[in-house]
Design a protein around this ligand. Structure first.
Ligand code: SF4
Length: 325
């Protein structure tokens, strides 16, 4: 499942609901909200009234926030039992979560490993050790609605950690690369890490963490899933890189088509190709495509020419055909 996290102040219920709606519109399936104080925990209840997406409360240190968020109706908790403190506090949270059938994600981050971590171990091993310890703690409280994540900024560390823990535990894994950066580099880092894990059959929920509007995280997550043929979600754009044979500005046209496709929900493969000579052949499996020549282009459907169009109509005619498909 595709997860993202709101970047609004959780206490600002209206803005948070608005952002969740934006996420829902682009296919997000689970939303996490930060719960830094009591007011934010209370707000979870009001936020839930304004959305049908499951809401996960992100909690650190104060177990009372977890209890309040659960009372307010949170559908999931993300916390580190390790930073909640005394066992009786963790027991109270686990009991309240079990009563409501609410899962707890143990979210281990390479940047905040427990001080008790064994220094002779690699970072990945320390992350696994921390997660196993916390799993043991919850299991000892007879709690098994557990999810686990082991995120690092370093991609090989993240992959090592997940590969190591996957065969050891029966619980779902939430995967991602933490603090991956702005979209330009963050999407690449996340894609390398998440795709490698998914290809190994590891990962049940994913989050692409980006320093950007969370909508970008959801779009990137789906592109990863689509690239691996794990999900169909909206259109796929095939576009040639352009070369000396192109006689129109393919970069500009492909960008315009990509923008228009954001408003289309159906799974359709659309091709934007730079020349009539190789275009349709190179994009043979596209549903609808355009292969451009000087001043005009060939519109093709499933590799077969269906019309010739003038340059001024490229975008409009292509999109009309996409709508009709
Ligand atoms: S489709 Fe034509 S213009 Fe585009 S890269 Fe291939 S040969 Fe070059």
């Amino acid at each position: 499942m595709v997860q993202s996290m709101t970047k609004t102040d959780t206490r600002d219920v209206m803005s948070t609901i608005r952002q969740i709606k934006e996420l829902e519109d682009c296919g997000c399936e689970l939303v996490r909200v930060a719960v830094p104080d009591g007011q934010a925990a209370q707000a979870v209840g009001a936020i839930k009234k304004g959305t049908s997406l499951p809401i996960i409360a992100d909690i650190h240190f104060d177990y009372r926030l977890a209890l309040s968020a659960l009372k307010a109706g949170a559908d999931g908790l993300r916390l580190n039992p390790g930073n909640i403190g005394e066992p009786k506090k963790v027991t109270a949270v686990a009991r309240a979560a079990r009563e409501r059938n609410v899962p707890i994600r143990i979210g281990v981050n390479a940047g905040s490993l427990p001080k008790t971590a064994s220094p002779e171990l690699t970072t990945a091993q320390q992350m696994v050790e921390a997660a196993l310890e916390q799993i043991k703690l919850l299991e000892s409280l007879d709690f098994d609605l557990i999810k686990v994540s082991l995120k690092a900024f370093d991609v090989p560390t993240t992959i090592d950690a997940y590969r190591s823990i996957a065969p050891k535990i029966p619980y779902p894994l939430h995967i991602g690369i933490t603090e991956a950066g702005t979209p330009r580099t963050g999407i690449i880092r996340s894609t390398v890490g998440i795709s490698t894990l998914l290809y190994l059959g590891i990962g049940d929920t994913i989050r692409v963490s980006l320093t950007a509007h969370p909508r970008e995280e959801v779009i990137a997550a789906y592109e990863i899933l689509k690239s691996l043929d794990l999900r169909q979600h909206g259109p796929v754009l095939v576009s040639c890189p352009s070369c000396g044979r192109a006689e129109v500005d393919i970069v500009k046209l492909a960008e315009a088509v990509e923008k228009e496709l954001l408003n289309i929900d159906k799974p359709i493969k659309v091709a934007v190709m730079g020349c009539v000579v190789n275009g349709p052949g190179e994009a043979r499996d596209a549903d609808i495509g355009i292969a451009c020549g000087q001043g005009k282009a060939v519109l093709f459907k499933k590799g077969k020419k269906i019309a010739t169009i003038q340059e001024k109509d490229f975008l409009a005619v292509l999109m009309a055909e996409v709508e009709r498909f």
